[in-house]
Design a protein around this ligand. Structure first.
Ligand SMILES: Cc1cc2nc3c(=O)[nH]c(=O)nc-3n(C[C@H](O)[C@H](O)[C@H](O)COP(=O)(O)OP(=O)(O)OC[C@H]3O[C@@H](n4cnc5c(N)ncnc54)[C@H](O)[C@@H]3O)c2cc1C
Ligand code: SF4
Ligand code: SF4
Ligand code: SF4
Length: 385
């Protein structure tokens, strides 16, 4: 029976709960708001399946990528609605045209995030764009297995640990399955997101839309935008990501799941066919592909991944995996756990979220001292040169 001794060792993929033949594992939120499995010892038959499929109890195997591309969808409207270069949409479109089913992350009625499926392009719209909150798997692994067994094509997208979890759950290869993950530096707590939404709803406002990567001004300096209804009118609030407290804490790694600081699904080890990410640093490698509207990093891991791409629908240039190391470190190594994370979660709900977020992002005394010393050093260097 599954038992979580150390939270850093459970990514919350739900493979254990999905596989249990007695349905005796439920995913329950802890005080930080992350889901962990809880098994009912009374109904457990000790079959050991949950441990067999658990991502974290088995070593991950790294694979060498076949190809690394900088890529942009030629359909500009689609690209503007996507977080980077709009490559996910192309994969989804092809799957739907071939009668398949697409799995991706969408908002629920409370603006929390779950993995769901769609078999129309209208349904796929909800999966477009990054949602910077941990998505719950719900029944999606079981739904995917059902469609695969019926012989339908399935495109399953998610974080690397969710893709690794799906493969563990399925325990066999399916020719009709294509998996795509994202480079993921971590997923924030649904509870923190919920508290943040409560602040947005103050004064009785109703949230009508949330866009984490509003590119209307810029891709690199993207805005997070909320469309709020105060009963008389709709207003869209856009804030640059580095001015928004929720986004600052996400980018600063304060609100991530404990397993993200010990992530095992890095460096091409999730068994996905394709990986998508932002091509940060595109200006230094292919300046001609940088129009600040979003460029995707597309890593091809398998022949199946290569076959799924329709090269007539996007512009691309090939580069090498090694070049990515300084440009996108999240591909290779887990985020570092900030010193203030523990303090932040220990005080969640005890203080106002805004105060907590801004305090947790304030540099420590040592960090301030280091910055001061570095400033003085650079000024002296400038004067002497
Ligand atoms: C939590 C998170 C962290 C990320 N961290 C990085 C990073 O550190 N560096 C980097 O280069 N790129 C990161 N990305 C990836 C990047 O933001 C884009 O999602 C990616 O480049 C795909 O863009 P696209 O334009 O092809 O398609 P889009 O339409 O933007 O992509 C949507 C895809 O993302 C999936 N998705 C969205 N939200 C979630 C979620 N909460 N959980 C699981 N899947 C989700 C959808 O299912 C769909 O497959 C992250 C994405 C997420 C969701
Ligand atoms: S050992 Fe088997 S029955 Fe018990 S919780 Fe795990 S999967 Fe379920
Ligand atoms: S990592 Fe996944 S399979 Fe393992 S215990 Fe956590 S939720 Fe279950
Ligand atoms: S950083 Fe790793 S453990 Fe955390 S959500 Fe992403 S893939 Fe999963």
């Amino acid at each position: 029976m599954i038992h979580i001794a150390e939270k850093h060792n459970c990514c919350g993929c739900s493979a254990c709960a999905s596989v249990c033949p007695r349905g005796c594992i439920s995913m329950k939120a802890d005080s930080e708001g992350f889901l962990y499995p809880e098994a009912d010892a009374q109904t457990c038959i000790d079959c050991g399946l949950c441990e067999k499929v658990c991502n974290e109890l088995h070593p991950f195997t790294r694979s060498e990528p076949l190809k690394v591309l900088a890529a942009v969808n030629r359909d500009e409207a689609v690209r503007m609605k996507s977080s980077s270069g709009g490559i996910f949409h192309l994969l989804a479109q092809r799957t739907i045209e071939e009668g398949g089913v697409v799995f991706g992350a969408r908002f629920d009625s409370d603006w929390q995030v779950l993995i769901d499926y769609a078999d129309t392009m209208e349904g796929v719209k909800a999966f477009m764009g990054s949602k910077y909150v941990q998505a719950r798997i719900a029944d999606s692994y079981k739904d995917a297995r059902r469609f695969l067994s019926e012989g339908r094509k399935v495109l399953f997208s998610g974080t690397p640990c969710q893709i690794a979890g799906l493969h563990q759950f399925l325990r066999r290869e399916y020719a009709n399955l294509l998996t795509v993950d994202i480079v993921c530096h971590g997923t924030p707590s649904p509870k923190v997101w919920g508290l943040y939404l409560e602040e947005k709803r103050k004064g009785g406002k109703v949230i009508r839309d949330v866009v984490f990567r509003d590119k209307s001004c810029s891709w690199k300096d993207y805005n997070i935008s909320f469309t709020l209804d105060d009963g008389t009118s709709l207003r869209t609030e856009r804030t640059e990501y580095w001015k928004d407290l929720y986004m600052k804490a996400f980018v600063g790694d304060v609100t991530l799941r404990p397993s993200c600081y010990a992530c095992k699904a890095k460096d091409c080890s999730s068994r996905s066919d394709l990986t998508l990410a932002d091509f940060w640093g595109i200006r230094t490698i292919f300046p001609g592909m940088d129009d600040d509207k979003g460029t995707s990093l597309l890593i091809i891991h398998s022949a199946k991944g290569e076959e799924a791409l329709d090269y007539s629908k996007f512009d691309c240039k090939e580069t090498s995996y090694g070049l990515l190391r300084p440009l996108n470190p999240s591909c290779f190594q887990p985020s570092a756990e900030p010193a203030k994370r523990e303090w932040f979660f220990a005080n969640l709900e005890k203080k106002s979220l805004s105060k907590l977020l801004s305090k947790s992002m304030r540099p420590t005394f040592v960090q301030r001292l280091r910055r001061l010393a570095s400033g003085v050093y650079h000024r002296i260097k400038k004067v002497l040169s």
